[in-house]
Every structure is written in C-alpha cells, then in structure tokens.
Design a protein around this ligand. Structure first.
Ligand code: CMP
Length: 504
C-alpha cells in the first residue's frame, strides 16, 4: 500500500497546493478554448470539487488531531482527483473527440465514460490518501449487498441502455411508438444511461426507463424509409360501384397536405359488411409531428370528394327502403334498362341495317353482364355461343403468341364487339378476352342472332367483311394483307360457314 500523504504544515505542502491550483487553471483554460461555447456551462462540477478540495486542505492545515488531519487530507485528495478527472474528461471528450465528430455523441456514452473516469480517479485518489479501495469493498460485504440491491433497477436500466446503444433500434430524432397500455408515440430527444426521453404528439416530454423500453415492442416510424404508411377506413353504399369510389376519392387524397406523392396513395376495396362496402385508404407521410392533422385533412378530402359526387359515407344501420312497386313503375324500370341496351346496339355500326324495332328486339333478347378489372370473360380454346358488345369500360384481347403463350393483341372500348367468331361458326374461341377495367357488356346469344340473320342476311355479310378486314390488319393473324380478290374469297368462305352453321 502507498504511504499516506502528509499535508502537515510545511511550506512544501502549500507549494504543492499552488501547483495543483495552477494545473486546474491551465486545464480549465485549455478546456474552455477547445470546447464549443454551448458546452461551457459544464464547468460547475469541477469548480465545486476544487472548492471542496481547498476546504479539505485548509481545514487539514488548521486542525491538530492526526486523525482529523488525515481525514481532511483524504477529502482534499479525492475532491481534487475528481476535479481533475472532470476537467480531463471535458477536455478529452468535448474538446477533442466530440469536436471532431459530425453527429453528436450519444448521451449514454458520455455519461458512462464520465463515470469510468471518475471511478478511476477516485481509486487513484483513495490510494494516494492511503486507503485501499479493494479493502473498502471486502470489509463491508453487507454494504455491498445493500448497494447492489438498491442499484438493481438502475443497473438494469444502464445495461438495457447499453444494449440498445449496441443494437441501435432507433436514434435520436427518430419517431418511435412504444407499445403497451397505453401506447406512446414520440420523437426521441435523448438516450441517457437511465432512460430515453421522447417528445410526444401531445407536446410533452415522456421519460421511458431503458429497462422498460428494452422489454416493450417498439415501432420505429422512420425506418426503413422515413415514410410511414397511414390508413383511413370508410364505407360507401353497395349501390355505388367500387371503381367509381376509387376514381372519386384518390385524386383528392393525392393533393391533401402532408401526403407523399411517392409511394402513391392507394385504395383497397376492403370488405362487405352491414354498413356497406368498406374501403381501406393508404397513404404515406414523413412528418409525424403533423400526423393527426394530415389524417384529418385526408378524411376531409374523402368526405368532400364523395359529397360532391352525391355519394354519402355509409354507416352501420338498417335502412328500410319502402318503394311502391306498381306495374307502371316496374314497366318504367324495364323500359329504361331496354333503352340503355338499344343505345349500346345503336353505337355498333354492324347493326346499322336493322330497323328500330329489330334493334329493340335484339336488346330484349340480350342480357347485361358486369366484370371487374382483370376478370376473364372468355378463354381461348373453349366453346361458346355468345357475342359481347362493350357498353362501358375496356377489354383486352389476348391471342396465341405462337409458342404456347398469349400476347395482348388489342384493347376494345365502348362501341366495339367480340366473341362473334364462335357464335357465328361454332369454332372454339380464337382468343382470350379479359376485362382491362371494370366493364359492362351486353351478351347476345345464338337464338337472337338466328332471328336477325333470317330477317337480314346482309348482316352476316357485313360481319364477315369486318372480321376479314380485322384479320388482315392484325399482326397476330395467320392471314396476311392480300389482294382484293383474296379478301373477297375469304369473306365468301366465312359467309358460307355462317349460313351452314345457322342453317339459313
Ligand atoms: P371468338 O373467337 O369467338 O372469341 C375470341 C374473340 O376475340 C374473337 O371471337 C374475336 O371477337 C376476338 N378477336 C380475336 N382476335 C382478335 C383480333 N386480332 N383483334 C380483335 N379481336 C379479336
């Protein structure tokens, strides 16, 4: 063990104290020059330690009892040791390391380094004062147990803080959500050796002990992209087609304040329940501090867009609609539906030779079918005896690509038809037709066509011309653009097949 330092009344001791004071002044000046202005407030602790050391030294000089002298000498030594440790720490950490780093050093690392520096300094000072630190611990086992138990929670928090520092599930500045009852969401302000401080959406500071944080489930809203997805759910009545809701709602949401353009907002037709069709609106935001305001703005947009289009948001409930169904109202409904079909038939020039009564008859014989985008309407190779007129939306025709697969040949819109080949000749479907968007089609069957051909044989000719003309212009067709004579031969052959098939 080192010999205890004797401070008793010699001029040597006063000289030593002078040197110690000088060292303090030099280190303080150096640290003040090196550290940024904002950190200068941290010198209070070293000054306090110095004052305690000075008091210990002076009192040690004044008292005469050897025991008291050595107590004050020890106090002076330890305080001065801590004072130097603090100054060296500030100089090294804030003045040299922190100064040369771009990002701020996490508070927890700073605190722990400081703790270690103090600990080492205290051991040295104790030894210099003639006390063996190991002895202190071993001689008071009971004290150690009590201290251990008292510090259990604190040490747990410290260990959790260190583990988080290693794993880095979040950084200072990230928006995190700590799940629990209740859950808390906030921006990380500081991670220190005991706790993590969050600035919450309620504009208050929340201190979460590290031990608690280590056990809780934590969502980091800033990872991996810095853009968090938000969801809004709403219902619309069953009578409104989902495509219409999508078209009405999305443009308004895209322009809502705080909603990111990329990833773009999207709407999912989410379910069917007692309130109506439920929709799941998703959009991304990167400013969580405005989360509630942005969500509110988006809901406003949804309401206004729907309201402008005469659509109300549906709520759960029982709607009993009483409407008197009289023969007259029923007849009006049937007539309106028929008029719509007649209009679709009128848009197709194939049926231009038909009289208004014949068109009406064809409309009566037809039926309407609706398809969602992506649904297959007819499949290549299957048998079929129906032809389709596009009333709304679009369809894509997919033909054989020559190597067993299919390729998109053409997209057909309102006023076009497809499926006529199988209907007219009895051949298997030559192509697959898929709804490109949600669409409404008029379906005309074999019987209706037979009636038409009997009354208007020229329609068969017209259809044949159209089909041959389409085949000649089609890059995927086996027929190549030929002479006028070849075209006529092909048309005649087709008319012959149609007549044979229909027995006319
Ligand atoms: P069908 O063969 O009965 O069934 C598939 C339908 O796709 C076919 O009738 C035509 O109506 C249509 N079709 C086939 N090939 C083309 C094409 N190249 N261009 C436009 N429509 C086509």
């Amino acid at each position: 063990m080192d010999a205890p330092l004797d401070l008793r009344g010699s001029s040597e001791e006063w000289m030593l104290a002078g040197w110690a004071l000088l060292l303090f002044v030099v280190l303080t000046i150096a640290a003040r020059i090196m550290t940024p202005r904002t950190h200068r407030i941290r010198y209070g602790a070293s000054v306090i330690f110095l004052i305690v050391a000075a008091l210990g030294f002076v009192l040690g000089e004044m008292v005469s009892s050897p025991g008291a002298k050595s107590f004050f000498a020890g106090l002076a030594m330890i305080s001065y040791g801590l004072c130097l440790a603090r100054l060296l720490f500030l100089l090294g950490f804030d003045g040299i390391i922190a100064r040369n780093r771009r990002e701020p050093i996490p508070r927890i690392l700073r605190d722990i380094t400081q703790g270690v520096v103090f600990f080492v300094a205290a051991i040295f000072a104790l030894r210099a004062a003639g006390v063996e630190p190991g002895q202190l611990l071993t001689t008071s086992a009971l004290l150690t147990v009590v201290a251990g138990m008292a510090l259990q929670e604190t040490l747990g928090n410290l260990a959790a803080g260190l583990a988080m520092q290693g794993e880095r599930p979040f950084e200072v500045g990230d928006w995190i959500e700590v799940h629990g009852t209740p859950s808390h969401i906030g921006r990380v302000r500081e991670i220190n050796w005991r706790a993590t401080r969050l600035h919450t959406l309620d504009n208050v500071e929340l201190v979460v002990p590290n031990g608690l944080l280590a056990k809780a489930m934590v969502t980091n809203h800033d990872r991996p992209h810095g853009a968090a997805r938000r969801s809004v759910y709403f219902h619309v009545a069953y009578s409104v087609p989902p495509r219409k809701v999508h078209e009405i709602v999305l443009p308004g949401v895209r322009e809502a304040s705080g909603v990111l353009a990329s990833p773009a907002p999207s709407l999912v037709t989410f379910g069917f329940d007692e309130a109506g069709v439920s929709y799941w609106l998703r959009y991304h935001i990167n400013d969580l501090s405005r989360r509630d305001a942005i969500d509110g703005g988006v809901r406003d947009r949804v309401w206004y867009s729907l309201e402008r289009s005469g659509i109300s948001i549906a709520v759960p409930g029982r709607t009993i609609s009483v409407s008197e169904v009289t023969p007259a109202t029923e007849q009006a409904r049937v007539t309106q539906r028929l008029e719509e079909r007649v209009k679709t038939i009128e848009e197709i020039d194939l049926f231009s030779p038909l009289s208004p009564d014949e068109r009406r008859q064809l409309a009566e014989d037809a039926r309407a079918e609706i398809f969602a985008a992506g649904e297959t309407i007819i499949r290549r190779g299957e048998r079929g005896d129906t032809m389709y007129l596009v009333k709304s939306g679009e369809v894509t025709v997919r033909v054989d690509n020559g190597s067993g697969g299919e390729v998109d040949a053409v997209t057909l819109g309102v006023g076009t038809f497809f499926g006529e080949m199988s209907l007219l000749t009895g051949d298997p479907r030559r192509a697959t037709v898929v709804a490109a968007s949600s669409c409404e089609l008029l379906v005309i069957g074999h019987v209706a066509f037979k009636k038409l051909f009997v009354a208007h044989p020229e329609v068969a000719k017209q259809i044949s011309e159209k089909v041959v003309e389409r085949d000649r212009g089609d890059a995927f067709s086996k027929l190549s653009a030929g002479t006028k004579q070849e075209t006529e031969i092909a048309e005649r052959a087709l008319i012959g097949r149609i007549k044979d098939f229909f027995g006319i």
